[in-house]
Unconditional design. Structure first.
Length: 408
């Protein structure tokens, strides 16, 4: 159950900002961290810190167990077949770039097609744009409906035997849209393509089963799912990863280094050159434990309720445009208040202790499609309440009065 006991486990939320209780509505940018995660990282540094996979001393074994234990937790959480399929990265951006520069460079050539949408975060946009430029492949866009959703009919037309890679976010960070990645995976596979899923916004909020989705690659960021910054992961099907070349060379990832050639460690370590993000992984493991105890289904239900409440309450504000589908499946609501610049809206809200994000949200192509330069965005997580939505609505009404002259 989601109740006030959950919120109390996030110490940062218990403070005033500008004389008001903090209302944190920016979890799509990064989530707050429960004590459980903060304490796991602290305990790791206080008791177990050492480098992994090398020394024979006790701390080295404990650190290695902690690091590899986190991999096991994440593999189970995503229902991967094996820990070999989980590569720790710095986050979603690094994971997606790894696929583009390794799998993409080896498998995409002139005349091939890469299919994405105009809604992608820059992290799932620029790697494919640059890969297409480098290889002479064509970048194709799955058309967006007015509310930002895609249709399978369009997907059947856009994905063809020329398609080598389909890359799409499971959940958009701006529009509150969920894409049918399982069905898209089936269409991609029928055409001989692989599907790369950007899971930055889905993993924290909905139950993900990579085998059920049948995705080939899946990228995630720990910091959006209660873990520290600087840790994330790439899931990849073992057969695909085994055929891929590493992109970072150095310590940790080698088997044998000769003067003129070298061989690589087995999966997943061959993709983890250098000292890994050990404390980050420990924090991610603790975050996964926490999420599983609360239950992803409970979290999702809670956020859908908040999103529905927010949609209804925001509709009371005349002159406020909300983008994205009605009855959204995730707790992200993007809007504009007349012609008032979203940065001004966010500044007025900050004075009330309310944290939202304003800007292009790393989605400039989407902003062009929406025909706006930027938007304001409120995003919810398991620690938010209906009172937070009320505070947002009240502050927006205040902002509207403040900027009345700009609203005509
Ligand atoms: N993909 C999506 C859908 C995202 O929302 C983000 C981050 C990323 C990729 C990149 O993740 P990173 O951890 O590698 O940076 N999104 C946002 C956001 O919406 N506001 O700040 C960061």
């Amino acid at each position: 159950m989601i109740n006030s006991a959950i919120r109390e486990q996030f110490p940062i939320l218990n403070q005033n900002i500008n004389g008001h209780p903090l209302v944190y509505l920016d979890s799509a940018a990064t989530s707050q961290k429960p004590l459980r995660v903060i304490e796991a990282v602290k305990a790791y540094y206080e008791l177990d810190n050492a480098n992994v996979h090398r020394g024979v001393h006790t701390l080295g074994s404990r650190a290695t167990d902690a690091y590899e234990g986190a991999r096991e937790k994440l593999a189970k959480f995503l229902n991967a077949r094996s820990t070999k399929e989980i590569i720790f990265t710095r986050g979603t951006t690094t994971a997606l770039n790894l696929v583009a520069s390794s799998y993409g460079a080896a498998n995409v050539g002139e005349g091939d097609e890469i299919v994405i949408t105009q809604m992608e975060h820059h992290s799932n946009f620029i790697p494919w744009q640059q890969l297409a430029k480098k290889t002479g492949a064509t970048l194709k866009f799955l058309p967006l409906q007015q509310d930002g959703t895609v249709t399978l009919e369009d997907a059947e037309k856009t994905i063809t035997p020329k398609t080598k890679i389909v890359a799409i976010a499971y959940v958009s960070n701006v529009m509150g849209v969920t894409h049918p990645v399982k069905e898209l995976a089936a269409i991609a596979h029928r055409n001989g393509a692989v599907i790369v899923v950007d899971g930055a916004q889905s993993t924290p909020h909905i139950k993900v089963d990579v085998q059920d989705l049948d995705c080939d690659f899946y990228a995630l960021s720990g910091h959006k799912m209660l873990a520290p910054t600087g840790i994330g992961a790439l899931y990849g099907k073992k057969a695909l990863l085994e055929a891929m070349e590493p992109v970072e060379f150095g310590g940790e990832m080698i088997d044998d280094v000769g003067l003129y050639d070298s061989t690589w460690k087995e999966l997943p370590w061959r993709f983890e050159g250098g000292t890994p993000i050990i404390a980050g992984a420990v924090g991610l493991g603790a975050a996964v434990d926490f999420l599983q105890e609360v239950g992803l289904d409970n979290i999702h239900q809670h956020e859908m309720k908040l999103a529905a409440y927010a949609e209804a309450r925001l509709a009371e504000i005349e002159g406020l445009s909300v983008y994205g589908p009605k009855g959204r499946q995730v707790g992200v609501v993007t809007f504009n208040l007349g012609d008032v610049h979203p940065h001004d809206v966010a500044t007025v809200l900050d004075a009330e202790g309310i944290a939202i994000r304003a800007g292009h949200h790393c989605c400039q192509p989407l902003m062009r499609w929406l025909q706006v330069s930027s938007t304001a965005r409120a995003s919810f997580y398991l620690y938010n309440t209906e009172q937070d939505v009320d505070a947002l609505v009240n502050a927006l009404i205040k902002a509207k009065e403040y900027f009345a002259y700009e609203l005509g």
